[in-house]
Design a protein around this ligand. Structure first.
Ligand code: AMP
Ligand code: MG
Length: 419
């Protein structure tokens, strides 16, 4: 059997990132871009708002005309026009004149303040409308100024951002009917294990249902890639080899789960050798997922994730996700790193641990809360995992109340460096 050299997770990440590539750009209609990754920075192509406008329904006036207004001696203005949102008045306001203006309408010439309807009295005399004001209004009052929201040329959203409802609003604001997004990778999922049942099959002794394939399927989708499910395989070297070879013809990346350890029926290492794949690493000083293997063959990436559900989950989030984020043009492809206070003590370990957990804000403190049992074969608590609590390898134990580093998963503002 081959010997495996365990490397530190930072070293593994460095080797992994030697594969990094930016995905090509493709244009999709705006209504189809939600959840995709922006391939170019979104730059404001004009000021927002693009003209001075009224934020209220009211009257546009010249502030100087209101200087002497008071409750005792209101000042009367002659109403010379009315502007709805979307309209432009052709009139210019002169001394003592006002124009009715609706929310969103462009400020008319001559006006430098808006007074809300609620603050005025209105009447008509001989068919001529008037309004009166009981207080002075300062120049600039209630004007939503051109460019106050954003200035032309500003970078509003960075490439690599997952398109969310707010990004959609900006794309529409700047006229993107076709949106530059990253062309996704097709990632195959091939589960191995003689014990695996299909999801629709009834439980029988010794067997379990294949949960990894569905978990990884969802992880691939969240990473913005296209999953492709292959038929699960029993632990048979030739069947697995054939299945891997066939799958590789149909995908850019292949994720296998299970069979990557040192058991009698773990054939993945032999399969990599048979394929002549360039194995970047096959043992990482991390728990769970120490047997996580990454290889490359003819420009395609192969991820051999552990069959243990927790290990499989972590292997994906650390390695597949980081490379996927880079492909998606992220300048910060790694999970966001924060500090939080441990809520449970842990013994020392010779491998760096990535404890599945979540962060919780209580009484002014951010807590790092482990969920479920800290074992690689656990599946039950995975539904709650939002973060990986990092406990670096070494002699030291970790005490409840201690500050530790935590990786936030599936977070849009990631990190430029790993750990
Ligand atoms: P392996 O990595 O093949 O040694 O499998 C490690 C453990 O994970 C074993 O207990 C397997 O039964 C379990 N396992 C393997 N593949 C899956 C899967 N697709 N879904 C759920 N559990 C799995
Ligand atoms: Mg197995």
């Amino acid at each position: 059997m081959e010997t495996r050299t365990a490397i530190h997770v930072e070293e593994a990440m460095e080797r992994l990132m030697s594969l990094k590539k930016r995905g090509p750009v493709e244009y999709v209609p705006i209504l189809e871009c939600e959840g995709r990754y922006l391939a170019e920075d979104l730059v404001a192509t004009h000021d927002v708002p693009p003209f001075n406008r009224s934020p209220y329904d009211g009257f546009a006036i010249r502030a100087e005309d209101s200087v002497h207004a008071s409750a005792d001696s209101p000042i009367t203005f002659q109403i010379i026009d009315a502007i709805a949102a979307g309209e432009v008045s052709e009139k210019t306001i002169r001394k003592g004149e006002a124009i009715r203006i609706m929310t969103g309408a462009m400020l008319p010439n001559g006006a430098d303040a808006i007074i809300m309807f609620e603050e005025t009295d209105e009447w008509e005399e001989n068919g001529q409308p008037y309004m009166a004001l009981k207080r002075p209004v300062e120049k600039g009052t209630n004007i939503s100024f051109k460019g106050e929201d954003t200035k032309q040329g500003e970078v509003l959203v960075r490439a690599g951002t997952k398109i969310n409802p707010g990004v959609m609003a900006l794309l529409a604001t700047f006229g993107y009917d076709a949106v530059p997004v990253v062309k996704p990778l097709t990632i195959g999922i091939l589960s191995t294990g003689t014990e695996l049942l299909e999801v629709h099959e009834a439980l029988i002794p010794g067997k379990i249902r294949n949960s990894n394939a569905y978990m990884v399927y969802a992880q691939i989708k969240q990473a913005g890639m296209v999953p492709k499910m292959f038929r699960q395989q029993s632990d048979d070297f030739h069947d697995c080899l054939t299945a891997v070879q066939k799958a590789l013809q149909q995908v850019d990346v292949l994720i296998t789960t299970g069979g990557v350890s040192v058991g009698d029926y773990d054939f993945l290492p032999d399969i990599y050798r048979e394929l002549g794949a360039n194995v970047l690493f096959n043992k990482v000083k991390m728990r769970p997922g120490s047997v996580t293997t990454v290889a490359e063959l003819n420009g395609k990436w192969l991820f051999g994730l552990s069959g243990n559900p927790s290990a499989c989950f972590v292997g994906f989030e650390l390695f597949v996700r980081s490379l996927a984020n880079y492909w998606n043009h992220s300048r910060k492809p790694f999970p966001e790193l924060i500090e939080a206070t441990l809520t449970k003590s842990f013994k020392p370990n010779s491998f760096t641990r990535f404890i599945r957990g979540k962060v919780d804000y209580q009484n002014g403190t951010l807590h790092a809360v482990p969920v479920g049992l800290d074992q690689s074969n656990m599946v039950a608590a995975l539904s709650e995992v939002e973060a990986l609590i990092i406990l670096p390898d070494g002699e030291q134990s970790y005490e409840k109340g201690e500050d530790v580093k935590v990786l936030l998963l599936n977070h849009c503002s990631g990190n430029e460096t790993f750990l």
